[in-house]
Design a protein around this ligand. Structure first.
Ligand code: GTP
Length: 363
């Protein structure tokens, strides 16, 4: 990996409810959703470690108790992990302030803050060095997107100084947006009010800009994805499997698909485009699975087609069914011949009955 810094501390924001990913996030917080075969955060932890991060404080809230059993003390990742839980969600700024109680860094040290739902290929070490060289209060990773109308945008002056945090608008002044990875000088974190709901995007950053502190933009065009929606989540998982973003945590070689232990993929099935086949999951002959995440113990039966979708643990897609751009909850059954498209979400355990019409491709 590009370049590392010694012994950097980080805070990982993982307390959000992940409402846009329901029903996947009803039972599992977004940062723990299986992504390219491992919990999403495993990819972030491995990348952070590769850049010299050695100690990470998890800022938890929603389903807080689920994190420690998965990551423990962090030694599997060569990291030391701490868990700080908010009694009630404090928003991004309040969560950073709360988690900072567990930091050991002094007031002038840089502290890395990571949103727990971002895949990014940018050089974290270079971002930190830029922050130190410019003696900034905060240095924000900015990424350039094709359609900035869907995001708030972050203009900078010729020196990289952030001049404003603008809300979504049909006519954005720049295509640079907040990429969800910040370097804070420790003392700036301590100036966030304690025990209150605070948003860094809506309060802390605009406040710092207003008072003349240096909020710096670190812009680049490397791989970047916010996995907050179902479509983005399946794309992120597929990109990792295909190797479009290198991850030291990928539990196998990159390729058209990743099969977890006990998965059974028929030689007469087509499984492609970065799909993951969960542990003990079955893809039968004549089925097609493209760019999708199949949970553990699920079954895609003969002649079914699954594209750009998430199939929950133990769910079944029956013969001749078409699932495209959809989320199928854990244990749900998509009966024979159903066709689900464009953003459909099936709640866990729901059973869609077989359709009366039979298809020639069915067995
Ligand atoms: P949606 O509900 O789908 O918007 O997802 P989200 O809850 O993750 O919200 P969002 O994507 O805006 O959050 C950005 C990052 O901040 C994510 O990593 C969240 O886990 C985290 N986050 C958001 N709110 C809180 C909070 O109140 N406390 C903590 N600890 N983390 C938060």
């Amino acid at each position: 990996m590009e370049s590392s810094l010694p012994d950097l501390e980080a805070i990982l924001l993982v307390g959000g409810q992940g409402t846009r990913l329901r029903p996947l996030t009803l039972g599992t917080p977004k940062p723990l959703l299986p992504t390219a075969g491992v919990p999403f955060l495993a990819h972030q932890l491995a990348r952070a470690h590769a850049f010299g991060v050695r100690r990470i404080v998890f800022a938890t809230s929603y389903k807080a108790a689920m994190f420690e059993p998965v990551f423990g003390d962090g030694s599997d990742f060569g990291l030391s992990l701490e868990y700080m839980t908010e009694e009630t969600p404090l928003g991004t700024g309040g969560a950073i302030r709360n988690a900072a109680q567990a930091l050991t860094s002094g007031p002038d040290a840089p502290v890395l803050i990571l949103n727990g739902d971002i895949l990014s290929g940018h050089d974290i070490g270079d971002q930190v060095r830029t922050h130190l060289a410019r003696q900034a209060a905060v240095t924000l990773h900015l990424t350039e997107v094709d359609d900035p109308t869907r995001f708030g945008c972050v203009p900078t002056d010729g020196d990289g100084r952030v001049t404003a945090f603008l809300e979504k608008t049909p006519n954005p002044v720049t295509n640079r947006i907040n990429a969800g990875c910040y370097v804070f000088t420790r003392s700036v974190i301590d100036s966030i009010p304690a025990g209150e709901v605070v948003s860094v995007e809506r309060e802390t950053f605009p406040g710092l800009i207003e008072s003349g502190d240096l909020v710096l933009g670190y812009a680049d065009r490397t791989y970047w994805l916010d996995v907050g929606t179902p479509a983005a989540f399946v794309k992120g998982s597929a990109d990792l499997v295909l190797g479009r973003l290198a991850s030291p945590a990928l539990p196998g070689p990159t390729g058209e698909y990743l099969a977890l232990p006990g998965a059974v993929v028929s030689p007469e099935a087509k499984v492609r485009a970065g799909s993951t086949v969960g542990a003990r999951a079955v893809v039968e002959a004549g089925a097609t699975v493209d760019g999708s995440v199949l949970g553990d113990d699920c079954v895609v039966h003969t002649g079914a087609t699954v594209t750009d979708s998430v199939i929950g643990r133990g769910a079944r897609v029956c013969a001749g069914a078409v699932v495209h751009d959809a989320v199928i909850g854990d244990g749900a059954v998509v009966g024979h011949g159903n066709e689900l498209r464009a953003g459909v979400r099936i709640w866990p355990g729901v059973e869609l009955p077989d359709c009366a019409v039979r298809y020639s491709s069915d067995v």
